[in-house]
Ligand binder design. Structure first.
Ligand SMILES: [Zn+2]
Length: 175
């Protein structure tokens, strides 16, 4: 078991060795992922096992997880979000091999002449697990003052919209 994670991996080689990879990488190294977070601190914990099911395939099972902070889209405050991506991927060199993968494995089509960047691979899985519209679980957990403020501002916008649009023109004519 390796506690140091390689930058690039050759999944076929790892599967032939039945290798496991375990370790942590700083959240900030995952550029696209960390851009979606409230803070770029913390670690992504990774645990992967590479193997073949005997049919010349190349699979990886495991997970990557991180305790991150997201910005609530209701009250705009940060909140803790434990994120875990279960990983079950089958590496294939071309689309025609996808159907040969064991059940339950997502195909990962790649150029077999090149190695795979581990961070890119894990980052795709993490991004899939991010909620589209992050928010506190219950509205009761949102910051009440900010919720009130936003509600007040929105009702003011509504009132402004209802005002006679010609009033604006009149103001302009006076200039
Ligand atoms: Zn909230």
């Amino acid at each position: 078991m390796s506690s140091r994670l390689p930058v690039e991996i050759d999944p076929y080689q790892l599967a032939a060795q039945n290798a496991s990879l375990e370790g942590q990488l700083a959240v900030e190294k995952f550029k696209r992922f960390s851009n979606a977070l409230a803070t770029q601190t913390g670690q992504v914990r990774i645990s992967l096992l590479f193997y073949s099911t005997g049919d010349g395939d190349c699979c990886v099972s495991g997970y990557c997880e991180a305790d991150v902070q997201l910005i609530c889209q209701r009250c705009l405050m940060d909140f803790d979000y434990p994120l875990k991506a279960e990983i079950r991927l089958g590496f294939v060199g071309n689309e025609s091999l996808v159907e040969k993968l064991p059940d339950g494995f997502e195909p990962y089509v790649f150029d077999v002449r090149k190695k795979i960047h581990l961070i890119d691979l894990m980052e795709d899985e993490l991004l899939l697990k991010l909620p589209m519209t992050p928010s506190h679980v219950g509205v009761g957990e949102c910051d009440p003052e900010i919720i009130d403020y936003i509600a007040a501002r929105e009702s003011k916008v509504e009132t402004d919209k209802q005002e006679n649009p010609f009033a604006v023109l009149k103001t302009l004519q006076k200039l």
